[in-house]
Design a protein. Structure first.
Length: 244
């Protein structure tokens, strides 16, 4: 009976660090220190309380076991007594698992609770805007090119319309007015808005007599006259190209 009581009251001893790093493999050791007791049987569970067992190896003296665990819960980890099946139980073990990683950065998103709330990190708009600088520079360059080419586009558009309406296909007042307006638009695109009011003296002063004939031919056509005749389109455009 005394031997049985000794077996029932014998308790293995833990050898464990005071703290275990979160998420890293750590080794706990449990052994029988009483030489009158047999060696401890292998722990049969795959878990050691809240810790998952990653490996189990006997100690060098064969009196206990080295248990490799990986704590994934921060705080105080409580390992309840381990029953070895022969009447012996290990004492309860408490080990602290700090909520930090190397360089003392905090762990978040594990274990639950207010301490696991991920802090708000504002979007770095100032840094992100640097990526837009090449795009903005390209847009500015395209905009400047577009502004510089605006007069050329206006001249090309006016020239295209004038080509399709000169000489006027009929002597109707609407057709003649349309041809006159398109011609004035073409002159304004080349010389500015003041060219819309130029008459014979202004055209002759700029050696653009063919355009003076252009105005006179339109006026004559409005009164059903044929003199002077409509000048040729090529002559009108050539005078624009040779303007002083």
């Amino acid at each position: 009976m005394a031997c049985l009581a000794s077996v029932l009251t014998a308790a293995p001893v833990w050898k464990a660090p005071q703290e275990m790093p979160f998420g890293e493999l750590s080794i706990l050791e449990i052994r029988e220190v009483d030489p009158t007791q047999p060696a401890l049987p292998r722990p049969g569970d795959e878990k050691l309380g809240p810790l998952d067992l990653r490996g189990v190896e006997p100690t060098a003296d064969g009196r206990g076991w080295q248990l490799t665990v990986q704590p994934m819960i921060p705080g105080i980890v409580v390992i309840p007594p381990v029953d070895f099946g022969d009447g012996r139980q290990s004492p309860e073990l408490r080990i602290r698992v700090p909520r930090t990683v190397p360089y003392q950065a905090p762990w978040v998103g594990v274990g639950g609770g207010q301490g696991d709330v991920i802090p708000y990190i504002p979007f770095p708009w100032a840094w992100a805007s640097l990526v837009l600088l090449p795009v903005a520079a390209m847009g500015w360059w395209i905009w400047r090119r577009w502004l510089r080419s605006a007069p050329a586009r206006a001249r090309h558009h006016s020239l295209s319309l004038f080509r399709h309406h000169w000489p006027p296909p009929s002597s109707e007042r609407e057709v003649l007015d349309a041809a006159h307006n398109l011609g004035r638009n073409l002159l304004a695109a080349h010389f500015g808005e003041e060219a819309r009011s130029w008459g014979t003296p202004e055209f002759n002063g700029r050696r653009m007599e063919v355009w003076s004939t252009w105005t006179q031919s339109l006026d004559a056509a409005r009164f059903s006259r044929t003199e002077p005749p409509f000048p040729a389109l090529e002559d009108l455009l050539k005078a624009l190209e040779e303007r002083p």
